[in-house]
Design a protein around this ligand. Sequence first.
Ligand code: CTP
Length: 397
Amino acid sequence: MVDGKNIVLGITGGIAAYKAAELTRELVKRGCAVTVMMTLNAAKFITPLTLQTLSGNPVYTDTFSLTGDWRIGHISLAERADIIVIAPATANIIGKIASGIADDLLSTTVMAAHVPVLICPAMNANMYRNPFVAENMKRCADRGFFMMDADIGELACRTEGPGRLPPVGEIIEEMEAVITVKDLAGVRILVTAGPTREAIDPVRFISNHSSGKMGHALAKAARMRGAEVTLICGATAQAAPGGVRYVKVISAREMRDAVMASLDAVDVVIKAAAVADYRPSKHETSKIKKKDETLTITLLRNPDIIAEVGKVKGSRILVGFAMETEDIEKNAREKMMAKNMDFIVANDLTREGAGFQHDTNVVKILDRNGTIEELPLMEKSAVAHRILDRVRDIRNG
Ligand code: CTP
């Protein structure tokens, strides 16, 4: 989570500098303290006043440092920061950092700081592909700077290719990944997410309203904390998160096969998927035409994936979810015990902001010792971290 963090945002002179305004706004909205440092060229693309207004803090530029006020301690500001983010980063600043050149406020600050630095390149596609630039980016990465890849698409100079500033959401996610404590480093975690679809005929299926958001939030949070993540996911609108092994499935039986095939190589299984309990007994190969007033479809039980995992789990940690509309604690506890889970995350579907589709959730975590932790309404990403805290604590004994 980035809230409460101190961010130094370095802006350099490229057309994408205007996007730094949106980045600043988003970070402030998420509770960050943002201090902006701009190069003189950046100030030609976007005014310091804009950034000052959005960040609510003085903006430091080279001009500012010449006024005699430089003792204000811009370098110590950077040292107190949790992260320095350079967005957009031009070929020029990347070249300076790679070569150890410190000839303006930003490059000086970066050279002096001992905090993580995330570099988000944005430039013309030919510049981005230039071997010197590529080499400089590699040198930065080899020296421990965190480098994002530029996005591919239409560029301001009317060409297509790599060179676009990564989207603001992705930059913030990457910042989170950089500053998050790696307390699950090396832990192999399998997460399932989303709904399964059970085909009736080539155009119809049985499914549920699961959006996959909770499972994706878990996969992202686990990856940020250093875990090696496998995400097995049903059909959702969520984009595959970066840095995870992503396996796309459709039906419950496909999900079962994918889970069982991965089981040997994981330490933790978190089953956030909403698996269809039943499937049509027959998958028609051609479209069912309407004839009679009623149509009967016979359903067959699907495999209970988590129950199967529970039988062979060994020393793995097994976490399940329960979707309930009544007797939430009793039903969740019974599921946990029957399926050999270590703990269960119970959604009360009657609560506002809980369950499918929402970005928030209201859950209770029940464990085998009989404790019940009731969490308030939270972002799914925050719920994910609370679940992973439990996993970490179990592993640490
Ligand atoms: N689950 C599973 N395979 C199934 C059904 C459910 O692995 N065929 C997992 C879900 O991913 C979840 C847990 O079991 O982690 C509980 O799911 P839920 O739908 O709440 O419970 P069910 O066991 O299916 O019981 P019921 O539908 O009767 O409430």
